[in-house]
Design a protein around this ligand. Structure first.
Ligand code: CAA
Ligand code: NAD
Length: 284
């Protein structure tokens, strides 16, 4: 099957980045979110990124217009679903919300359509179980910021068909990414390794070992990380970090994954990082 029509559900930082990269690789994209202002915010982010590429001479203004011309926005999930060859879901990291979206996608998408999730940590098998096409459900986990990061973790659910895996792997390459195959266990590989480090950095602040600035400086200058773990946590979203730690904690039943109470407190306060203007740091 040739994948031409690509729908993205959720126009937040990940969904908008995925839509941008898909449109840049020549696919016809539908970008969906619940509210018009959210899809428009996602679209503005895409325009800003493309404009930067024009200013830097990487693409022409005409190419930018063509890419934008391949993206349509909608707040109607059925409309986004019914013409898609593949859907990539990038809504909030919550199993019941994702399952509800997949139930509707299963009902409204064409029979041949692949249903992919950009989940950071939730079991693909459990998402697939609410559909009548578990063999066509797969994890397509992009990294943030999507236009820059090369990796796509491709996660096979228990029932994912080999040909579906192959199609998604080829699509990731077409989008200029490097796919890596991972089995369906909590946090996959990326967040099983990354998130305990971030959680431990939060514990270091919680226990008064060092300030957020000091923790980040240690990891940047000492380990050559491009961002310190707390800057990265703010960038990812503290809500997403907490949900991932909860998935690891519940999924493995191991106390080593216990989310730091300070992380929980910040999320309860609505301090979600960059996207709300405050997390470990304050943003304009
Ligand atoms: N969107 C699009 N492009 C962006 C961007 C964004 N949000 N942020 C930066 N860029 C681009 C810039 O335009 C710039 O491109 P050019 O050089 O081609 O102009 C390039 O990235 C480098 O940016 P900067 O020079 O401004 O800053 P930098 O060198 O510090 O790089 C960074 C920024 C790429 C984000 C870098 O800090 C980095 O790699 N940080 C770590 C990112 C990371 O770990 N991501 C994974 C998060 S975990 C995840 O995604 C999985 C999960 O499930 C939670
Ligand atoms: P975000 O908060 O920026 O965006 C989520 C968007 O989903 C919001 O615009 C929200 O309105 C929308 N949404 C919520 N429920 C919806 C529904 N039922 N239907 C349609 N839209 C809905 O979050 P994000 O950072 O883009 O994360 C999205 C997904 O990607 C999560 O599963 C997250 O774990 C995963 N992810 C995040 C990162 C990251 O670094 N932030 C990296 C990789 C994967």
């Amino acid at each position: 099957m040739e994948i031409r029509r690509f729908s993205v559900i959720g126009a937040g930082q990940m969904g908008s980045g995925i839509a941008q990269v898909a449109a840049q690789s020549g696919l016809e994209v539908a970008l969906h979110d619940l509210e018009e202002d959210r899809v428009q915010k996602g679209l503005r982010g895409i325009e800003k990124n493309l404009k930067r590429s024009v200013d830097k001479g990487r693409i022409t203004a005409e190419e930018m217009a063509q890419v934008l011309g391949r993206i349509r926005t909608t707040t109607d999930l059925k409309e986004a679903a019914e013409h898609a060859d593949i859907v990539v879901e990038a809504v909030v990291e919550n199993m019941s919300v994702k399952q509800e979206v997949f139930r509707k996608l299963d009902e409204w998408c064409p029979e041949h359509a692949i249903l992919a999730s950009n989940t950071s940590s939730l079991p693909i098998t459990e998402i697939a179980a609410v559909t009548k096409r578990p063999e066509k459900v797969i994890g397509m986990h992009f990294m943030n910021p999507v236009p820059v990061m090369k990796l796509v973790e491709v996660i096979r659910g228990l029932a994912t068909a080999d040909e579906v895996y192959a199609e998604v792997e080829a699509l990731a390459r077409k989008m200029g990414k490097t796919p890596v195959e991972v089995k369906d266990f909590p946090g996959f590989v990326s967040n099983r390794v990354l998130m305990p480090m971030i959680n431990e950095a939060v514990y270091a602040v919680y226990e008064g070992v060092a300030t957020p600035e000091a923790v980040d400086e240690v990891m940047k200058l000492g380990m050559n990380h491009p961002m310190g773990p707390l800057t990265l946590a703010d960038f990812i979203g503290l809500d997403t970090c907490l949900y991932i730690m909860e998935t690891l904690y519940e999924g493995f039943g191991d106390p080593k994954y216990r989310p730091c109470p300070l992380l929980r407190k910040y999320v309860k306060a609505g301090w979600l990082g960059r996207k709300t203007g405050r997390g470990f740091y304050v943003y304009d």
